[in-house]
Design a protein around this ligand. Sequence first.
Ligand code: ADP
Ligand code: ARG
Length: 346
Amino acid sequence: MPNNDFPVFGSTNNSLLKKHLTKEIYYSLNDLKTSSGFTLDQAIKSGVVNDGSNVGIYAGDLESYKIFAPIFDKIIADYHNFSTSDSHTSDLTPPESGWANPDPEGKYIISTRIRVGRNLADMPLGTAISKEQRDEIESKVSAILKGLTGELAGDYYPLAGMSEEDSTRLIEDHFLFKAGDKYLEAAGLNRDWPSGRGIFHNHDKTFLVLINEEDQLRIISMQNGGDIFQVFSRLSKAVAILSDAFSFLYNDHLGFITSCPTNLGTAMRASVHIKLPNLAKNMEIFEKITDEYFLQIRGIHGEHSESEEGIFDISNKRRLGISEVDLLQGLYDGVLALINMDKEAV
Ligand code: ADP
Ligand code: ARG
């Protein structure tokens, strides 16, 4: 039995975990285990040891969200504004009306990227998976990906054996994940690194799948410019093929099940890398617009990175209780509002 003591959080820790984990909740859950053997102490370790955590908790499997519901439900409600009686509906069908390019002259948007996370229905999540299960996922998923044809056809590159030069180039080009993320490390997601991990991409690098990172599959569509509709249409086609080949963890309450509760629901982050030189000088107005459209500002090297040269990563903050298509409409409207405001603020 774990029966450990209530964790000591650093004074600078502002995570949702610290906010919501009471002694009462901790001691009512700390000797429970899911059927994959995942405990509360494993779930919260990342948030306890990393004071920079915003959220600070990971699930080991679908069961974690049920067994440890007293803490997960509070964090999910706070992050997603989503209650235990709410439900989630997915909609990955590109609307017939499409979306016009919010930046037809290509002055603001450098690139557009949409990713969704997926995990296999009959496996624990990466936090609780064994090396054998992880390797099995790599071989099954890469086999299907290698059979893709047409625009999606490409090759699989396992991380094990990849030269440092190739991996650095793929990271700098914003395709591959960085090794050694301290949040994932503490969550147990980097165990047996680099075995079982890899990246598939098509010849144009507009369709990519990361295998066994934070989620078992991160399915990505990206290209230069601001044609959100084309990027989404490619993603939707690829997700449909993979959903025919695999059964993904999903339920009507939480949508697609992911290891981090921030990604539940659509598991989708749709982003543009965008230059907003005038708004960059007035973060107050910038943030007022992003808040209004439920958008998040990140730096250009991804999460926990800073903006460089007035270029920002703008993406949907919400993922749960709203469909993929509605989130993209919000991104389109918000990006248009940001561009118009940047034009005015001369
Ligand atoms: P996530 O996969 O959750 O979206 P990150 O924020 O870590 O995670 O981003 C992963 C990578 O994708 C980073 O290298 C980031 O710079 C890159 N990226 C994100 N959005 C875009 C975009 N619109 N265009 C080009 N690269 C992007
Ligand atoms: N665990 C990290 C934190 O709490 C990341 C949370 C959201 N991001 C993610 N990649 N899941 O800050």
